[in-house]
Design a protein around this ligand. Structure first.
Ligand SMILES: *[C@@H]1O[C@H](CO)[C@@H](O)[C@H](O)[C@H]1NC(C)=O
Ligand SMILES: *[C@@H]1O[C@H](CO)[C@@H](O)[C@H](O)[C@H]1NC(C)=O
Ligand SMILES: *[C@@H]1O[C@H](CO)[C@@H](O)[C@H](O)[C@H]1NC(C)=O
Ligand SMILES: *[C@@H]1O[C@H](CO)[C@@H](O)[C@H](O)[C@H]1NC(C)=O
Ligand SMILES: *[C@@H]1O[C@H](CO)[C@@H](O)[C@H](O)[C@H]1NC(C)=O
Length: 319
């Protein structure tokens, strides 16, 4: 079983922010994973389901993450990358679906701003953590299985966090994805969760392996006891209203998990306002050309008319 590290890290509140965040995540992820039955890995049979249907097919019985066994996370802690990996599989696996498979949660803190090397290359600052979820090698229960996650979060006051979808014309870091989805806690947000609505069905993350990621609406849900770590208690206080939503990955028409038995999705969690992408130089260049070219043509056309008119009037005056 996982243990929270909080009590051993008494010095953490005075340490740099990334450490605080990593320790917070290492403490809260097991709480999320070992929670009650709403923290689940969902699987749907999308055979004969048309695109855009929600839920995307007939649900199979979900895998409750509370009934998973997890690795000893201490051994996966990488101080160089400030990351730790939780790898788990169902304790009870009568069909052997997870005989060669696992579900992993990689949590990572950052010591400075930047982007990971792999798409969707979410912009991060030193105040955020990334959680990357991967389902690898597990046997699906049908030929057209789509997977999803039920995610539970803490609300703020009586309300669930607000859902916010931002359009972006910039897909340089996540091919063909023009949206950024967020949950914001409060109007001047005290915290956020941010992701691109894309998952990948191959380790080589490219446009061909990109899956759409659909988020359902948030609903208040049953309360859970918070872990007893002093860090977690200090951070979340006595809040105890929980909200849940479903994320589903992929569409019946594919690509899908069935291609390579691989699925990977990532998100950022942080305090305060989420980092905002500014336009990349490539997109600025494209915009300059796209908006600039008609302008130049217009200018060129005007000049041409002006010159013609001038020539014509000179011709007129000569006569
Ligand atoms: C899917 O649709 C086809 C044709 O309509 C039908 O023959 C088949 O039984 C359906 N399969 C499932 C799993 O519903
Ligand atoms: C996890 O691994 C560490 C280091 O190998 C060890 O000290 C610790 O006792 C292990 N924890 C559990 C719960 O097995
Ligand atoms: C697990 O892997 C072994 C060896 O590659 C293979 O023989 C076996 O069929 C696999 N089991 C499942 C359930 O995929
Ligand atoms: C999955 O596909 C295989 C081969 O195409 C087929 O034999 C099998 O019946 C299919 N299984 C289901 C559950 O549709
Ligand atoms: C998530 O999907 C499952 C299966 O369709 C459903 O039972 C559950 O109520 C959904 N949860 C939320 C929060 O919408």
């Amino acid at each position: 079983m996982l243990r929270c590290w909080g009590p051993h890290w008494g010095w953490v509140p005075w340490a740099p922010t990334p450490w605080l965040l990593l320790s917070l995540l290492v403490c809260t992820v097991p709480f999320g994973l070992l929670g009650e039955e709403t923290r689940q890995l969902l699987e749907f049979d999308s055979t004969n389901v048309s695109e855009g249907t929600q839920p995307p097919g007939k649900p199979y019985p979900p895998y409750s993450l509370a009934k998973f066994s997890w690795n000893n996370v201490t051994n996966s802690l990488d101080l160089a990358t400030l990351s730790a990996i939780f790898r788990g599989h169902p304790v009870d696996d009568p069909t052997g679906a997870f005989a060669n498979g696992s579900l992993t949660f990689k949590v990572q803190a950052f010591s400075r701003s930047g982007r990971p090397a792999q798409p969707p290359r979410l912009l991060h600052t030193a105040d955020v953590c990334q959680v990357e979820v991967a389902l690898v090698g597990a046997s699906p229960r049908g030929n057209h299985s789509l997977f999803g996650l039920e995610v539970a979060t803490l609300g703020q006051g009586p309300d669930c966090p607000s859902v916010n979808e931002q359009d972006s014309i910039d897909d340089e870091y996540a091919p063909a994805v023009f949206q950024l989805n967020r949950l914001l806690w409060g109007s001047s947000p005290s915290g956020f969760m941010q992701w691109r609505p894309v998952a990948f069905s191959q380790e080589q993350r490219a446009r061909e392996s990109a899956l759409a990621c659909q988020a359902s609406a948030l609903h208040p849900t049953l309360a859970y006891p918070l872990p007893h770590s002093p860090i977690v208690q200090a951070f979340f206080g006595s809040q105890n209203n929980f909200c849940a939503f479903n994320l589903t990955f992929g569409a019946p028409t594919g690509p899908g998990y069935w291609d390579q038995h691989y699925l990977c999705w990532s998100m950022l969690l942080g305090i305060g306002f989420p980092p905002v992408d500014s336009f990349s130089p490539l997109v600025l260049g494209i915009m300059a050309v796209a908006l600039g070219a008609p302008g130049l043509m217009f200018l060129g056309g005007g000049l041409f008319l002006l010159l013609r008119h001038k020539q014509y009037s000179e011709y007129q005056s000569i006569n």
